[in-house]
Design a protein around this ligand. Sequence first.
Ligand SMILES: *Cc1c(COP(=O)(O)O)cnc(C)c1O
Length: 398
Amino acid sequence: MNLSYGRPYLAIPGPSVMPDEVLRAMHRASPNIYEGALIDMVAGMMPDLKRVAGTVHDAAIYISNGHGAWEAALSNVLAPGDRILVPATGRFGHGWAEMADGLGADTQLIDFGRNRPFDLNRIEEALRADKDHRIKAVLASHVDTSSGVRNDIAGLRKLLDQIGHPALLMADCIASLACDRFEMDAWGVDVTVAASQKGLMTPPGLGFVFFGPRAAEARAGLDRVSRYWDWTPRANPEMFYQYFGGTAPTHHLFGLRAALDMIHAEGIDHVWRRHDVLARAIWAAADTWASDGPLRLNVADPDHRARSVTSLRLGLPYGAQLRDWVETNAGVTLGIGLGMSEDGDPQGRGFFRIGHMGHLNAHMVLGMLGSIDTAFKALNVPHGRGALDAAATVMAQD
Ligand SMILES: *Cc1c(COP(=O)(O)O)cnc(C)c1O
């Protein structure tokens, strides 16, 4: 029986669900880009955007996705030949490193695999071995969206300070901003990269780079920076067009304004707590399924899991079948396994991901978990019983 008619639910790790408030804010005629509401709105929005990242320093907006924000951030601090250190904990760490390679960086990558956070002791070894301080920046994913690993960014800053290494700390928060606790200034992060379509609940198309004084100094020390990626005029524009290096992304900005209003009305601490409770409910369901059958959570230790995305392994043929079933029969779209190839499954189709970021509440999560539970039964996949009971218990207790 096909029970998918009704509002579909995109439970993938970005783009995320767009609130009606965001959609309504975008549904309007083209605005005047020389004067009036749009211009007034953008200046007022920048402090609210920075507040989500926990910084009082500078922010630049790009018309780009997360990949563009990656390149923007690197373009302002690296010259060809500069060395960077990348502790990778999944596909996205490798992706940012490849972006740096493309810009001529001398990349030193430490691969921590696909189901563990980075190990500060191994990073310490690499930094201590760099006696003449050639490493200019450390590129760290706060949350790696492929593996579902969450890394200790504040711990990385403590390590750099402890051993007196001057490298910039650059954090990829594309999958964690407004989902998982992140405090740029308090944690001593020099550059934070984010994008609009995950925790910020706005369509893909805006990339954000937040940068502190040490990063601004690195930018000032470069001989040249590509005009388009240069963050200086964007962060402190004299003319409105300089915010965006050209025409403003008009409708995205109205959508973002609505999303920021929602985040600040809820309160960022509550936003983080909501994501935490909903994530733990999902894990409680997954632990129950896993108690009797092939399902496994990719990251064993809950302390090292993202509050915005969970990667699960069901193996072949079940992984791909489950995604198909919930999409076709229940109206829920789950994320593919990304970068999770393994022997006998080069495309990682035995894995799937649940995106739980942004505009998300208890009934959406319970409905999504219930749909997966139904798929287990419809497909005759062995599984532990009582997953929804376990999820409801977590929500009820918090
Ligand atoms: C989504 C994501 C990216 C890439 O963003 P795109 O918008 O797809 O280019 C990079 N890093 C992380 C951690 C992400 O979650």
